[in-house]
Design a protein around this ligand. Structure first.
Ligand SMILES: *Cc1c(COP(=O)(O)O)cnc(C)c1O
Length: 341
């Protein structure tokens, strides 16, 4: 089976397993787990923030950030196809009593400053006010586009002009930095808080980091407890996370394999392939006469897994556990599946 559904399917390597086995641990609710404390310090430094908090999932990191930045009843500005809006079960409303206002970020998945200005609601007797702007980089549903720092800066500056803080869903922000060949801080410097995943392309089995100013992270720690996310000897999973932070440079190889995959997929009749910027390849399969689910079924019969991103869009995602040879083998199988050979 060649699994191209997501970069979350990577399994911890031997070094990560060994790190977990030998990790120095303590009760992190008492602040006594040295491994996760080191991970939090290193993660904060990596994205240029004062502090960071280990959270079990990216979703929890985003939801904690939204709650800490806002008051119930406020509006949150989100991109129309963003993860925090589409794929977190309405958590902004359910956990934090927030009302969402969507902006259309277009192909690059990022609102312009004009859109932010127009979307912000000033608080008055009738209106709740806007409490937060959420951005996403790379933008998953738009095909893993690596959003340039100046676009992030422009949207963030517009929000800040209205005293609205900015949270970045940076689940794959290191993919963006590597693809754009900039230090990740050129992206994260423009936002108040950032969440990034250790459990995706970086290869850790579990965990994400939420980073920001010290006071924000102190409050986030309380909110994590409220959400039931205060953990005990968490260094067991923090140790693989520390190893994962060393895998940033490997992401370029994932991107290279995505380009190779995209080039091959473009030869399939009826496939309209979006050239990838990072490790995600979106293919509009409507030209085949089949919908995404039907194409996925044909691929599954040939032991290739991908995922659906809309009715006629298939997503392929490269990661550390697929080699260049796996990509070539996947391409042969996709071709055979789609030509019925
Ligand atoms: C995966 C992902 C998340 C959430 O991470 P989980 O650990 O799966 O909860 C958030 N945002 C984006 C853009 C993602 O791709």
């Amino acid at each position: 089976m060649i699994d191209l559904r997501s970069d979350t399917v990577t399994k911890p390597d031997e070094a990560m397993r060994e790190a977990a086995r030998t990790a120095d641990v303590g009760d992190d609710v008492y602040g006594e787990d040295p491994t996760v404390s080191e991970l939090e310090a290193r993660a904060a430094e990596a994205v240029g923030k004062e502090a960071a908090l280990f959270v079990p999932t990216g979703t929890m990191g985003n939801q904690i950030a939204a709650q800490v930045h806002t008051e119930p009843g406020q509006e949150v500005l989100v991109e129309r196809a963003s993860h925090v809006y589409k794929y977190e079960l309405g958590g902004l409303a359910r956990h934090s009593g927030l009302q969402v206002r969507t902006l259309d970020g277009g192909d690059r998945g990022v609102p312009t400053p004009e859109q932010v200005d127009a979307g912000v609601v000033e608080e008055d007797l009738h209106r709740p006010g806007t409490g937060l702007l959420c951005l996403e980089n790379t933008h998953n549903a738009r095909g893993g586009v690596a959003i340039e720092p100046d676009r992030i800066a422009a949207a963030a500056e517009a929000a800040r002009g209205h005293d609205v803080p900015v949270h970045l869903d940076g689940a794959r922000v290191f993919n963006a930095a590597v693809a754009l060949d900039v230090p990740v801080t050129e992206i994260t410097d423009h936002v108040d808080s950032v969440m990034f995943c250790l459990s995706k392309g970086l290869g850790a089995p579990i965990g994400s980091m939420l980073a920001g100013p010290e006071e924000f992270v102190d409050r986030a720690r309380r909110t994590r407890k409220l959400f039931g996310g205060g953990m005990r000897q968490v260094g067991v999973v923090g140790a693989p996370g520390l190893r994962a932070l060393e895998n940033v440079d490997d992401l370029e190889a994932d991107h290279e394999r995505a380009r190779r995959l995209a080039d091959g997929l473009a030869d399939v009749d009826g496939f309209d392939v979006r050239p990838p910027e990072t490790n995600i390849v979106l293919v509009d399969v409507s030209g085949t006469g089949d919908d995404a689910e039907a194409v996925l079924e044909r691929l599954r019969e040939r032991d290739v897994l991908a995922s659906a991103m809309g009715p006629t869009t298939v997503r392929f995602c490269t990661h550390r556990d697929v080699s260049g040879e796996d990509v070539d083998r996947a391409l042969e199988r996709v071709m055979a599946a789609m030509t019925g050979r």
